[in-house]
Design a binder for this molecule. Structure first.
Ligand SMILES: Nc1ncnc2c1ncn2[C@@H]1O[C@H](COP(=O)(O)OP(=O)(O)OP(=O)(O)O)[C@@H](O)[C@H]1O
Length: 326
């Protein structure tokens, strides 16, 4: 895959690096398991215990994500998007239904000790402030438990290539505090990608930056995922962001959340700035918007009815004693 004038390739399977056979320890990106979906969620229900009793948050979520596929999840605030990502990490247990990530239970680190090959990027970058940018990324490389160990020179080279991939070539010696929020989020992304996860989970990753930086980061993310063949689930409130990044946009209902409709974004990658501001993206975004709006209206229909009744009631003049009753 050509990148910024150079060639970036994910690590070859273990055999090519001369240590283990790929069958014994396959790459998450290139494994023999790759026929099935990387994420398979079926009728998943989950709740949080609260002082007022159990709060059902996931109301039967169905979601599949194929190898290298990017799915954006969009839905009203509080509908359970973050909870779904937490369930994919094994941090929230489902009461009913099933979730598998790379054919295993979420968070299952048994077996080959490879984990589920899942990476995370959250709203706020979580970099080690006392380390340089390069060292932060090298930390991600050390987490590649399923890979042959890299020596110091290889780690450095990998880190620099990842920095180049996210458009930060030359910033390797900077400390995070010397970078803008958007640049820090790029480093965060590079560190998450360094693990070479089969799937990256992103929770509103760009909501803390200004519009132009956000759009730049969206392009960086889109081309990085595409270059590495990494599948991703991205939770966002921004419809255009969802459409720009995703192969499919899944719309979630009000809590208890479930996927009520999925839109396919047929446009191939790489997607550029023209696409980001073009009519095609606007048209799909409008369809997603209308779907969100119609489920919002349905969810609030009873509220609206009561509000209307209230207005009717308040609006109807109270008969005065001296007025004749109708
Ligand atoms: N640890 C918890 N204990 C109890 N309730 C929780 C907990 N975490 C979240 N909730 C509740 O679960 C519901 C779903 O929360 P979640 O964060 O998954 O929603 P969301 O769709 O990601 O929201 P937003 O878009 O606002 O970030 C909310 O009503 C929230 O108050």
């Amino acid at each position: 895959m050509s990148f910024l004038g150079k060639s970036y390739q994910p690590s070859p399977p273990a055999e090519a690096e001369g240590t283990k056979s790929p069958a014994a320890d396959p790459s998450p990106n290139l494994s023999a398991e790759s026929d099935g979906p990387v994420i398979d969620v079926r009728a998943a229900r989950a709740h949080y215990p609260t002082s007022a009793g159990p709060l059902t948050v996931l109301g039967g979520v169905d979601l599949t994500v194929g190898r290298g596929e990017v799915v954006a999840v969009i839905g009203p605030s509080g509908c359970g998007k973050t909870t779904m990502l937490r369930a994919l990490q094994g941090l929230v247990r489902v009461d009913a239904g099933t979730i598998s990530v790379q054919g295993r239970a979420p968070g299952d680190r048994s077996g080959r000790g490879t984990g589920t090959g899942t990476g995370y990027v959250f709203q706020q970058p979580s970099l080690f402030p006392w380390w340089s940018v390069r060292k932060n990324i090298e930390f991600g490389l050390r987490l590649r438990a399923h890979r042959p160990r890299l020596d110091a020179a290889e780690r450095r080279e990998h880190a620099d290539r990842l920095l180049e991939l996210v458009g930060l070539a030359g910033f390797h010696d900077f400390r995070p505090a010397a970078l803008s929020g958007g640049m820090q989020q790029r480093v965060n992304l590079a560190r998450a990608l360094a693990v070479e996860p089969a799937v990256l989970l992103l929770d509103e990753p760009f909501s803390a930056v200004d519009t132009l930086t956000r759009e730049r980061l969206q392009r960086v993310l889109a081309r990085s995922l595409h270059a590495l063949g990494t599948a991703a689930v991205i939770v966002t409130h921004d419809i255009r962001e969802a459409v720009f990044l995703a192969d499919r946009v899944a719309v979630m209902s009000e809590r208890p959340g479930r996927i009520v409709e999925t839109f396919t974004v047929a446009r191939s990658h790489p997607r550029d700035e023209d696409y980001q501001h073009g009519e095609e993206l606007a048209a799909i975004s409008a369809r997603v918007y209308h779907r969100l709006r119609s489920s919002d209206e349905k969810a609030h229909a009873s509220e609206l009815t009561s509000a209307r009744e209230l207005v009717d009631f308040a609006g109807s003049p109270t008969p005065r004693r001296d007025e004749p009753h109708a």
